[in-house]
Design a protein around this ligand. Sequence first.
Ligand SMILES: [Zn+2]
Length: 474
Amino acid sequence: MRFIGFGRLGAILFAVVAACVNAETVVLRGGSVFDSRTGIMLPDRTIVIEGERIQSISTVQTMPRIPSGARVIDARGKYIIPGLIDAHVHLVHVLDFARMTGEEILPLFLANGVTSVRDTGDQVVAEKLLANYAAAHPALAPRIFICSPFVDGKPPFHEDNGVSWGTNDPKDVPAFVEDMAAWGVTTVKLYVGTERPVGRKVIEEAHRRGLMVAGHLYKYSAQDAVEDGIDVLEHIDSVINYSFPPEAPHLPAAEEQKQMSPAELKHLDDQIEESRASLDLGNPTARALIDSIVKRKVKVDPTLVVSRNMILLADLPEVLNTPDNLLMPRRLRNFWPGYGPRMTPETLELRRRQFKKYEELTGLLFRSGVELLCGTDTPEPNVPPGFSMHQELQLLVESGLSPAAAIQAATIRNAEAVKQASNLGSIETGKLADLVILSANPLVDIRNTRKIEMVFRGGVASTPASLLKRVPLN
Ligand SMILES: [Zn+2]
């Protein structure tokens, strides 16, 4: 009796569930589709999306019958690229300074075609809540891949709002990494005060659990971190700071610095800044480092946009007064000016040359075969969420990447950095339907990635105009 009863109930339940999962079918007919594996734009393709995944991609000749009841979108004359992934964001601690919460800025990403973000260091409890919110709101927010707090030395560089975990003892590392794995982070982030024994232990423990390790380095040298097996170097500084020949001017040990007068220290500092702007990237130290980055397949995430907009050239009118910034909530814009470094007009020329050197190194890394990512460090000062992704793409192209290579960095390379290449980063049958419909060809001009008509995240469509309305002005 019980068996028969359950069978009937099961049949009814099955019918209800089947009706629920009969998700919408969307057909994008006749657009050009960017293949991020090969970097080629394929003309006249039709994409069928069923539920959250891509069911098929076909040419006019091979197109299957359009399923009845499907929503058909005419994509002729349009260009479809995979959803962009920002490889370097902070959705908690920077916003905390601005008295904001992450969900307020999430629509800005999606409005700019950024369908996933990789957090690179934040308070893990708040990140997890935000990631859950984003998962439940595909029409408002990108997917969020979470990260550990900054692994740092003791005391940590950021002591103020609990974003750091500091230790100088490798014995503390296994329990920490275990805890991070339980929270579901994809990345463990090493920070400026990490010393080599701790860094090496983090890499070993993280790799044992299938996690990625990224580093914004300072004490732990790039040479050592690369040899120890780090996965990603964050910011071009994490490469250029270790590319100087031994004879280049450098700061002496802290004790020695105490013996120097302020004028002597300032003079030395000026020499160091000048040597950064005029560095010969063909010097043996730089060449050996780049060779080992290539050999060990370490990824580099240059984040040129934060170097320009916050660190080096925040005083340029074209950086401060970009129309992108005018769309930011007032609390974010009010917080920005007080947070970055101070700049004086006398150093502008030098800072411009330093930034050019960063771009030159980025181009050299690319030509040498280094896998570059595309990340921004938003919402740091003047790095507007979402919009800065297009600025970074433009800077990568300025550095010598083709538009196709820049988009590959922002899609398939970034998907690999969160170990999601089987789900994200390219438009392929079976993958999640994260894609962006553009009205102009981005391979002709990379600025065309801004010409967004529609964004799909997991098959759910939204438009930039409707998303921007959801962002608070205050
Ligand atoms: Zn960062």
